[in-house]
Design a protein around this ligand. Sequence first.
Ligand code: G3P
Length: 225
Amino acid sequence: MKFFVDTADLDEIREAASWGALSGVTTNPSLYAKTGGKLADFEPHMVEICRICEGLPVSAESTAETTDDMIAEGRRLASLAPNIVVKLPVCTEALAATHQLASEGVRVNMTLVFSAPQALLAARAGARYISPFVGRFDDIGDDGLAQLQTIVAAVKNYTYGYWDEEGGPEIITASVRTPNHVTQAALMGADIATVPFGALKKCVRHPLTDQGLASFAADWAKVTG
Ligand code: G3P
């Protein structure tokens, strides 16, 4: 299981990267809007994330609506840095754009995936990454982890011939809310979890670790006087 951080906040990305356990970054229009950034700053912001996380995949989402516009925007985003991954929402226009971009060697992360057929079509079109959402299923009273399990099992039944040498397509567990989402995704064999910074910090902590630290510190204080 690889950990990506699901944020566009530069401080969060810097801190997560400093832990030495980060394998990538995902962003989306909502996460960028949360930083307060404006359109003119979007590309420099993505370039800065790519600089902080040199060599790690950084997903930058296209907001284009037609295949031609997605291809043009995808090419432009890909030209910003060698580690940019173009994020496209699953739809017919994006499948066609993914196919073209993949043939040019551009990595696409197909997002907003909620079903096995969507994921299988993304893989067949040439997506390098496929992002099924877990938490948003839970939000509507469905079982996001059960949905993820179906998607992982279906996608891993086949090979696709685009990104074999890189181990792709990799499944990014997205819309992660809790450490248990990470645990269960790992047990299912999902390749990656992209985790918001707050939930990522929760993954580091455990109440028994905190208790153990406090008792070690108290006992050591007896030793040192
Ligand atoms: O990056 C896409 C995904 O992780 C969004 O998560 O929490 O908005 O459902 P969320």
